[in-house]
Design a protein around this ligand. Structure first.
Ligand code: PRP
Length: 209
């Protein structure tokens, strides 16, 4: 069996569609129930949904052979996995945002609220800018509104959350998208199976371009 960890939520549904179109379908996944693992014995695959930020943990520790994780998670946590290729879905930007009127005069330590402390630290280190990192776990946009931080480093997809809260993008750090990742040992032991799956999915990704 090839065990596949998919990110729960909107992105995961899009990704499952790619697998399905590539011939790696698992009809039981569409049943409304509370099952956590879905198998297609004939195809030799099993899927399970996990929190997006947990996918790389399952893959790194061999609980899953392959998985789908955002580039943001791979850069932030640097899991010891193979990044196989860009699925071209879940496209968004990692960006610095702040209140529209905010101007960084560079004179004092910049307060940065984020879930992505490593990405933010690396970015500001590259600019030689001293920062005070405030680690939050969600609703990051509240921080500059309430004066908890000067700026945020967060994911911007449509820009709607920023706009509706009078915030704006000040800098784009890097583009993000979903990547197919593999456990290193699985990639060696199940190479043929994984490569077959990669080429089927690549075909779908190229078709949808
Ligand atoms: C993400 C991100 C932004 C929002 C951006 O939050 O942290 O808040 O999506 O999307 P938009 O540009 O399309 O408005 P998520 O929904 O993952 O929840 P979170 O607040 O827990 O981070």
């Amino acid at each position: 069996m090839l065990n596949i960890a998919l990110p729960k939520g909107r992105l995961g549904e899009k990704v499952y569609e790619l697998f399905e179109k590539a011939g790696y379908d698992c009809p039981s996944i569409k049943e409304k129930n509370r099952k956590l693992i879905f198998e297609n014995k004939e195809k030799g695959i099993s899927f399970f949904w996990v929190k997006p930020s947990d996918v790389s943990i399952y893959v790194e520790r061999s609980a899953a052979d392959i998985g789908v994780a955002g580039k943001d998670i791979l850069l932030e946590y640097k899991p010891d996995v193979y990044e196989l290729f860009d699925l071209g879905v879940g496209k968004c930007n990692m960006a610095v945002a702040a209140k529209k009127e905010f101007r960084d005069n560079g004179m004092r330590v910049l307060k940065v609220a984020t879930k992505f402390t490593n990405i933010a630290s690396d970015y500001y280190a590259g600019l030689g800018r001293d920062i005070d990192i405030i680690k939050l776990n969600g609703s990051i946009e509240l921080a500059p509104i309430l004066g908890l931080s000067d700026v945020i480093v967060d994911i911007v997809e449509t820009g709607k959350t920023l706009k509706e809260n009078n915030l704006e993008v000040k800098d784009i750090i890097l583009p993000i998208s979903a990547r197919l990742i593999a456990n290193k040992a699985s990639f060696n032991f199940k190479r043929e199976k994984i490569e077959k799956l990669i080429s089927a999915i690549k075909g779908q990704v190229e078709n949808s371009d």
